[in-house]
Design a protein around this ligand. Structure first.
Ligand code: COA
Length: 235
């Protein structure tokens, strides 16, 4: 799906509404941020939200800088696998009954070769690195702290096992004069820096997919951000 193929009413209107129980205090595994509730989707909870999550991701990933056109079936399969992967993490943010943002991640040693190998070649142990895949926030809800909150909540989950010494993620490098770069596009770099992530100057890679509207896959250069994780004492 490309941004140009969005249904009338935008992203949020495309998402199926589901009732969400109201809570006095958020139960275990949930975080309340004002009127936004963030929930870790375990395999059981994911089953109910799979379609909604896939629609959200495909909508945002269809935009610049990803320009990714994936299929709903592939996306649902990928998310199901991630939901049952040991160490896999899926966080979803809800406003009332609607999913408005999500973040995914997995231990780097369980990630694609194209993501793992650049770290291995730089002498890093992928077993000790947690890799955030994608953080996606609906355009209507950006700039309100949801994206950075998802990363912080993700970090608090992965600190609990005391297994990971750092968290990392990749960023697609698109040229600043890319024809499909919106005039209003803002990079989130400042927000990542505020959270303590730094660019890894010696680690780089490529990932290939077919951009929306293209016929063939092309390799996208990636740069990587990482942050040391303080582990929780006694965990
Ligand atoms: C990047 C993204 C996850 C940030 O989420 P968010 O909830 O808007 O982030 P926050 O409010 O916590 O932080 C805002 C930062 O994101 C950046 N940003 C990107 N687009 C923005 C927008 N439309 N409005 C406001 N801030 C935006 C800003 O640089 C801002 O940094 P600042 O606070 O120093 O100005 C979100 O813009 C998004 O989903 N973008 C498309 C997908 C993407 O690029 N994901 C990141 C790589 S996986």
């Amino acid at each position: 799906m490309s941004a140009g193929a969005l249904p009338e009413g935008g992203f949020a209107a495309a998402l199926p509404a589901r009732p969400v129980p109201s809570h006095g205090r958020p139960p275990h595994g949930e975080t309340q941020l004002g009127n936004i509730r963030v929930e870790r989707l375990t395999a059981a909870a994911l089953a109910d939200r799979l379609e909604e999550l896939a629609v959200l991701r495909l909508a945002v990933l269809g935009e610049f800088p990803f320009l990714y056109s994936g299929s709903a079936a592939y996306e649902q399969r990928y998310l199901s696998d991630l939901g049952s992967l040991s160490g896999g993490l899926i966080l979803a943010a809800f406003e009332r009954d609607r999913m408005i943002a999500a973040a995914t991640g997995a231990p780097l040693d369980r990630e694609l070769d194209a993501l793992r190998d650049p770290f291995t070649h730089a002498g890093r142990d992928p077993r000790s690195i947690f890799y955030f895949g994608e953080v996606v926030v609906l355009p209507s809800h950006r700039g309100q702290g949801v994206g950075t909150a998802l990363l912080e909540i993700g970090e608090s989950h992965i600190r609990q096992g005391n297994r990971f010494t750092s968290a990392a993620f990749g960023e697609i490098v698109r040229s600043t004069d890319h024809p499909r770069r919106p005039k209003t596009y803002r990079t989130p770099d400042s927000a990542w820096r505020r959270l303590g992530y730094r660019l890894e100057p010696d680690i780089g890679g490529t990932l290939s997919w077919c951009d929306a509207g293209d016929r063939e896959e092309t390799a996208k250069p990636l740069r990587f951000w990482a942050k040391p994780l303080a582990t929780s004492i006694g965990a």
